[in-house]
Write a protein that binds this ligand. Sequence first.
Ligand SMILES: Nc1ncnc2c1ncn2[C@@H]1O[C@H](COP(=O)(O)OP(=O)(O)OP(=O)(O)O)[C@@H](O)[C@H]1O
Ligand SMILES: [Mg+2]
Length: 355
Amino acid sequence: MALRHFQATNFRCLTSISLEVDPRYNLIYGPNASGKTSVLEAIAYLGRGKSFRGASPQNLIRHGASEFLLCGKVDTRRRQVTVGVRNSKEGLEVQIDGDRETRAAALVEILPLQVLDPEVHSLVAGGPEHRRRYLDWMAFHVEPGYQQRWRRFRRALRQRNAALREGANKISISAWDREFLEAAEEVDQTRRRVLDIAHTALEQTGAALLGCAVGFEYLQGWAAERGLEESLEIAWERDQQTGTTQAGPQRAELRLIYDERRAKPLVSRGQQKLFACTMILAATEVVQLALERPLLLLLDDPAAELDEEALDRLMSRVFGLGSQIIATALGAETLVFPGPAAMFHVKQGELQKTA
Ligand SMILES: Nc1ncnc2c1ncn2[C@@H]1O[C@H](COP(=O)(O)OP(=O)(O)OP(=O)(O)O)[C@@H](O)[C@H]1O
Ligand SMILES: [Mg+2]
């Protein structure tokens, strides 16, 4: 499972680039504002159908152009698949082997990837939605039916919230509750199973990167000592006032534990980054095992904010995973891979292979 060829046209500062991608390690280097992040963002867009920086598709079209095009050839376990994404005024169009595809999730299945970039701290320092998304990404790949379960839950939640906002009475809201409770239970149980599986990888990666015990404390989204049904009952008046459902998996949180204490108020900026990297590398390991194939890891300027030793620890863990890696750096001499690799120099949005 590897991206073997990639082309981007009119994506941010990239007029037209084309690269043969090494199945193990690729380094893209060049000065500030040369286009390194743009190359990674374009590749990630092909695997997710959206930007990892949260940029709107319109802002990603090169100034003066009317659309961007991305195309990749991906070796899957059985055969090579061609994926294409085009974004224009008409919106996003996805093609797989020349056929129009309407599910963005199809991209995620063909090119599963993770990104470590200078914003990775938000996984530790940001709101709970970052960690829920992280957990759900693992669940999506590890448990084949998870996406349907999650969708079923989200639909039930939306219907319940809409009924609350319309001022529906308690009896008619209760009619939604059966479906809500069943779907919530399924989401919660899957998340628990996935966290059980991830536990060892997290511990080992944490020991390697941070040199201490790290862990997750899973908060399900309602009081631990009560069932969800009872929690809905207790929250009824607030639900009515706010027009949103207060209890449920939509409120789940992963509390991060560092050396037996809550990590969030404790760790330094560099440690935040290493904790977030620990989480992502552990999830990558778990998903690679479940899918029985290596994933694509995009490392945007991993050297930022890390001292030399921390960067060494991070990179040796990354190399040990066996994933396909595409990394960026200011210079060619950083992030040296112990084996054959492809090197690309970027300058003003132009890409040139140098090794
Ligand atoms: N839609 C766009 N059209 C044209 N240029 C753009 C567009 N969006 C961003 N750019 C420009 O692309 C350039 C490259 O940005 P990019 O973030 O890829 O650089 P970088 O090599 O990662 O830099 P750094 O080392 O500072 O992280 C920037 O100068 C930016 O202004
Ligand atoms: Mg950059």
